[in-house]
Design a protein around this ligand. Structure first.
Ligand code: ADP
Ligand code: ZN
Ligand code: ZN
Length: 684
């Protein structure tokens, strides 16, 4: 009887052995007894031997045949992710499987011509549409505009790679240069070649518009959405549709990188610099980096698109690992680049956060019947509440931070953990009733503007106002219908939309990011400002961008003014190399979370000592830093500390981490202290 090696969602574990009377292919899902429960697992090996005595091995409960076995390239991808991100294989495999496929309940297999239910134990599902799911649907690609010269060059390069010579491309194109058009063109080429296409986008709220565009341009093609907002069954069906080759285009957020495909031929990542491609809990993977690995493994091209590429990708292009394609002109012949200006808030008269120059510009815009956008990357009414008499400021009981004032809802809210409380009527320390909000968020800005321009229609867009399902689509329609004069919002506003009558974009206050401790802060600020500026003058109307700052001479603003991302990126890369930050080195952190800070620090100190004893610990290659509290030292009730590890050589860091993780697993974690490794971290 064959012994199956089955991977289960169990931390720190490898595979478990089970017996099966029938042959079961590698990649199959099986239901097995684990402890006293049944669990769904994935078969990763078949063998005749086990370290467990044969008599103690238990048989599987069922072979789940409602879907074909997961393909070999999927098994390789999850295996790589498990090794690279230092997580158990089961955590990766079962963690990325649509939850519905982990229930053991048989899936109804969907197809456009017939509906069949394949129960567990029945024969393997074949799609009704063609042999091995090869798409036989008739679809079309709708051509729009003749391509610009730059677009044509880019499309030709990628098409060539689809036809034969796979490569990774960095598509660096300014906002409005028509990157989306390039994606559509090359996707059409891949579809014509009978391949499937995977398109990754940063955030859910962007998907409806992009989905609409794809559906309009590819009538008849089967397009599947993959993101966490999809219902359990729909997501599992999308997954199976891709795996069987029925889905032609899969559009999704970071988790979609793990979708199995029958014949994937092209991967596209839009806004590749976006931090949301990095998962911040469980398996802390970067969907962008995994996508690059996956493309190389499959021998297919990948396109990374951005106006402001991540420094990692920028360096890869510089080193020749990615082929750079540039779009420097706006695609629409009538659209011009907006005029950027800085407003020195030390010189200008500023009231309630708005300079005189900005108020005049807003006024002119409204008089001309045009739209304006104000960007402030802080939601709520004010970041803190304070007692005028004694200085008391309410903090979050679970995090080391103040709670923000949300005046509309009369609540205090922690922007890290979501803790909420009513706004107190008086100071709990001294009884004073004069409690004042300090600082400014989008809600307060909206109020100020309402007072200044009572006749105009203002809409606020941030994750508070857009919390309800469908809110964004509704707002989008109102903006397009011209029912809004002024948009006030956070970075949620910055992305992906064409607002035809938007001619003025203003950045209220972005200076804080210039001096943040996080070495990635300037890169992010540049990307945000570039993106938000790009909203202005997308159509025939000339756009204008005003940035309020106390530091008009800062090099970041200088580069932004010149529209010179490359210069900025070069300077940042040089600075990172000098300071010993990625991408000039590879890094990881060991994070510990304890009920008290000393427990977390103690755990890390022990882990550090264990590291020094390892054979893989070569001080020439591996730099181990001291344990320190994280910048948000307390989060959700946990005290958090970390220990940074760096190496100039990624492979050496990997070897070290693998050995180190084993050593850490046998360390005592007292008082319920928990830990994890984060490779290529973006949070410190
Ligand atoms: P990006 O994604 O680079 O910001 P988009 O792809 O959204 O830019 O394109 C900006 C606008 O230009 C869109 O309205 C799009 O329809 C239009 N566009 C794209 N390519 C062309 C072209 N070759 N000719 C005319 N208009 C184009
Ligand atoms: Zn007080
Ligand atoms: Zn909190």
């Amino acid at each position: 009887m064959p012994i199956l090696q089955v991977v289960l969602d169990v931390p720190l574990s490898k595979a478990f052995d089970y017996l099966s009377t029938d042959p079961v292919a590698i990649g199959s899902r099986v239901s097995v007894p684990f402890g006293r429960r049944a669990q769904v697992g994935i078969v990763v090996g078949i063998t005749n031997e086990s370290s467990v005595p044969l008599a103690q091995l238990r048989p599987i409960l069922a072979h789940l045949e409602d879907s074909p076995p997961l393909p070999a390239d999927w098994l390789r991808l999850t295996d790589f992710a498990s090794r690279y991100y230092q997580r158990a294989l089961g955590e990766v495999m079962l963690g990325v499987l649509p939850p519905r496929l982990k229930t053991g309940k048989p899936m109804r297999v969907r197809s456009s011509r017939s509906r069949t239910t394949v129960a567990a134990g029945a024969s393997v599902a074949t799609d009704a549409e063609g042999a091995h799911g090869a798409p036989v649907r008739s679809w079309q690609f709708v051509e729009h505009h003749p391509l610009t010269g730059e677009q044509a060059v880019a499309v030709e390069a990628v098409n060539g790679a689809i036809d034969g010579d796979p490569a990774a491309f960095l598509l660096q194109g300014i906002t409005g240069s028509g990157k989306t058009e390039v994606y559509m063109q090359v996707a059409a080429h891949a579809l014509r070649a009978g391949c499937q296409v995977l398109v990754l986008v940063p955030e859910i709220h962007l998907t409806p518009q992009l989905e609409q565009q794809f559906r309009q341009r590819f009538p008849g093609a089967r397009i599947e959405l993959m993101h966490s907002g999809r219902s359990g069954v729909a997501r599992a069906q999308g997954w199976l549709s891709a795996q069987t080759g029925t889905a032609q285009i899969v559009l999704g957020t970071r988790l979609a990188v793990f979708t199995p495909f029958a014949h994937l031929g092209l991967i596209i990542i839009d806004e590749e610099h976006d931090p949301s491609f990095k998962q911040q809990d469980a398996v802390r993977y970067s969907a962008r980096d995994l996508a690059v690995w996956r493309a190389r493994d499959a021998g297919i091209p990948i396109v990374l698109g951005s106006a402001t590429p991540s420094l990692e990708s920028f360096a890869n292009a510089k080193a020749g690992r990615y082929q750079r394609l540039t779009l420097q002109q706006r695609a629409r012949p009538q659209a011009q680049l907006p005029l950027l200006q800085l407003i020195n808030t030390d010189r200008d008269e500023v009231r309630d956060g708005l300079s005189k120059t900005l108020i005049e510009a807003l006024s002119d815009t409204f008089k001309a019947g045009e739209q304006a956008l104000l960007f402030l990357n802080r939601r709520g009414y004010a970041p803190v509440l304070a007692c005028n008499a004694c200085g008391w400021m309410p903090g979050c009981p679970r995090c080391s931070t103040h709670v923000a004032v949300h005046l509309g809802e009369r609540r205090l809210r922690c922007h890290h953990c979501g803790f909420e409380a009513p706004i107190p009527a008086r100071c709990p320390d001294c009884g004073n009733v004069d409690l004042q909000p300090f600082g400014r968020g989008t809600e307060r800005l909206e109020e100020t503007l309402g007072g200044l321009f009572p006749q105009i229609r203002i809409a606020r867009i941030d994750s508070d106002s857009m919390r309800l399902k469908g809110a964004w689509e509704q707002m989008h329609q109102r903006i397009h219908a011209g029912a809004i004069d002024l948009l006030v919002g956070t970075q949620m506003l910055a992305k992906g939309h064409d607002f035809p009558r938007l001619t003025l974009v203003a950045v209220v206050n972005a200076d804080a990011a210039l001096f943040a401790a996080d070495y990635r802060a300037p890169e992010r600020l540049f990307a945000q400002l570039q993106q938000v500026s790009g909203r202005a003058g997308r159509d025939a109307l000339k756009g204008r961008v005003l940035i309020q700052t106390r530091y008009p001479d800062h090099p970041l603003y200088r580069s932004l003014l010149q529209g010179d991302y490359n210069r900025f990126a070069q300077a940042e890369l040089a600075e990172r190399a000098r300071a010993g930050f990625p991408p000039s080195v590879a890094e990881a952190v060991l994070r510990a979370e304890g009920r008290e800070m000393p427990y977390a620090i103690e755990f890390l100190a022990n882990a550090r000592a264990a590291a020094l004893a390892l054979r893989e610990m070569d001080p020439e290659d591996i730099s181990l830093y001291d344990p320190v509290p994280m910048s948000l030292a307390r989060f959700n009730g946990w005290h958090r500390a970390h220990l940074l590890v760096q190496s100039p050589r990624r492979a050496r860091l990997q070897q070290f981490l693998t050995a180190w993780r084993l050593a850490i697993q046998s360390l005592p974690a007292r008082h319920g202290t928990r830990w994890h490794v984060d490779v290529d971290p973006i949070e410190f």
